[in-house]
Design a protein around this ligand. Structure first.
Ligand SMILES: N[C@@H](CCC(=O)N[C@@H](CS)C(=O)NCC(=O)O)C(=O)O
Length: 215
């Protein structure tokens, strides 16, 4: 059985939970409380030397970190990852874009705002919001004439980009000026076996049950 080491308010973890649910792959959730240092213990650093969730345990002692690498691993051989070389490379293009332009900006701002860490970071916050908007503008340009990110089909590129884009308003980043992005978010949410997430940041978030309600 797959084991997912995860912290439920993480949108990086939510990407994996969404794909696993859509693939109908059962898994065991291993909650990691990142606020009490559980992701930085010696034991956890053996699983991921970078000390971060999500980490997928494929079998006892065999671990894979980095949310987008995990998505690629799980989607291999399924309709979520195209066979065609160019289309696969386009999926990778969006996964790299997500880690470069979306997650470090929208993700960091959301984390700072929701966990009360924004005070004293005004300039960093301003820069990250600006770069977050720049990433959203790129998505908007691409999606203006498309239904999904790659080849008009729902793929793991959509899952990876959806995770932090749909929670941008939680980071104070308004999606009002991105109508094509908003329409695409609704299309992702209309996919079979969609589940909501990530969980809100609450003191016991790491131990709550994963959201598993389909729309
Ligand atoms: N690039 C990584 C980022 C992972 C990441 O930043 N995880 C955060 C939660 S969203 C974490 O584990 N933070 C705890 C820590 O840094 O100790 C991925 O996509 O998986």
């Amino acid at each position: 059985m797959l084991r997912l080491h995860d912290y439920l308010p993480s949108a990086n973890g939510y990407k994996i939970r969404l794909l696993l649910h859509q693939l109908e792959r059962p898994y065991e959730l291993v909650p990691v409380d990142i606020f009490s240092g559980e992701s930085r213990t010696e034991a956890f650093l053996q699983k991921n030397p970078d000390g971060r969730i999500p980490v997928l345990e494929l079998e006892p002692g065999r671990f894979l970190a980095e949310s987008n690498a995990i998505l690629l691993y799980l989607a291999e051989g399924t309709p979520f990852l195209p066979d065609d070389r160019y289309e696969r490379a386009q999926v990778l293009q969006w996964l790299f874009f997500e880690q470069n332009g979306v997650e470090p900006n929208i993700g960091s701002v959301r984390f700072w705002v929701l966990t009360g860490r924004a005070a004293g970071r005004a300039e960093a916050l301003r820069l990250k919001m600006e770069q977050g908007h720049s990433a959203l503008a790129a998505l908007e340009r691409h999606l203006k004439t498309r239904t999904f990110l790659v080849n008009e089909r729902y793929t793991l590129a959509d899952i990876a980009l959806y995770a932090y884009t749909h929670v941008a308003p939680e980071a104070g980043i308004d999606l009002e000026h991105y109508p094509a992005v908003r329409a695409w978010l609704r299309r992702v949410e209309a996919q079979p076996r969609y589940i909501e997430g990530p969980a809100p940041y609450t003191p016991n978030a790491h131990v709550s049950a994963p959201a598993a309600h389909a729309r």
